[in-house]
Design a protein around this ligand. Structure first.
Ligand SMILES: [Zn+2]
Length: 199
């Protein structure tokens, strides 16, 4: 298969969760950039925990409790640290690809009672604009063939398989639900097919 991403930079990244390497990738067919956090030796024969994490400024940086993104990212990094190897591909597409400004507009509609999907529809935006093919390709370029996917999103699992990765297991990162995002998880489960147990 023809490569559509290239590895362009790499450095050490010590974090609160442990010591990682940060690797920068660039798309060869768009202006998109990607970042991978990598730990340990990634070998094709050893199943490694991986996550494709979609950028969420509000959750990842500000600790918003409207969604579970920040907690999932932290849980994924902690699991990789415990196992001594694995990778997170961070996809720089804010708010399921709609951008931060539209995401704030959608939050304003949610303040008035809309759920996350209704809000996007009222703004004339697709529910989910993300594509995961290149993220999965990055995991291949990092040397992986067998992965344990840390996700509840069946689209991400499909993208991993499509890229030629064997998904040996799906690892649920079910973080302690916060009252504020129970409704958001329910919408993800009921309207977007995510594999989550919500009371
Ligand atoms: Zn989020």
């Amino acid at each position: 298969m023809h490569a559509t991403v290239e590895r362009v930079a790499e450095a050490r990244l010590p974090t609160e969760a442990g010591e990682f390497r940060i690797v920068g990738f660039r798309s060869l067919n768009s202006s998109e950039e990607f970042v991978a956090l990598v730990k340990g030796e990634l070998r094709p024969d050893l199943p490694s925990p991986v996550r494709i994490h979609s950028q969420c400024l509000t959750g990842d940086v500000f600790g918003s409790v409207k969604c579970d993104c920040g907690r999932q990212l932290k849980a994924a990094m902690e699991l990789i640290e415990r196992e001594g190897r694995g990778a997170v591909v961070y996809q720089l597409q804010e708010g399921r690809g709609i951008g931060i400004i539209n995401k704030i507009r959608a939050y304003a509609l949610q303040d008035e009672g809309a759920d996350t999907i209704e809000a996007n529809e009222r703004l004339g935006l697709a529910v989910d604009l993300r594509r995961y093919e290149q993220c999965a390709e990055i995991l291949c370029q990092l040397g992986l063939r067998r992965v344990r996917a840390m996700t509840d999103n069946p689209e991400k699992v499909r993208a991993l398989r499509h890229a030629g990765l064997e998904v040996v297991e799906r690892v649920g990162l079910e973080v302690e639900p916060h009252d504020c995002f129970k409704g958001y998880l329910k919408t993800k489960k009921e309207k977007m097919g995510h594999l989550i147990s919500v009371a």
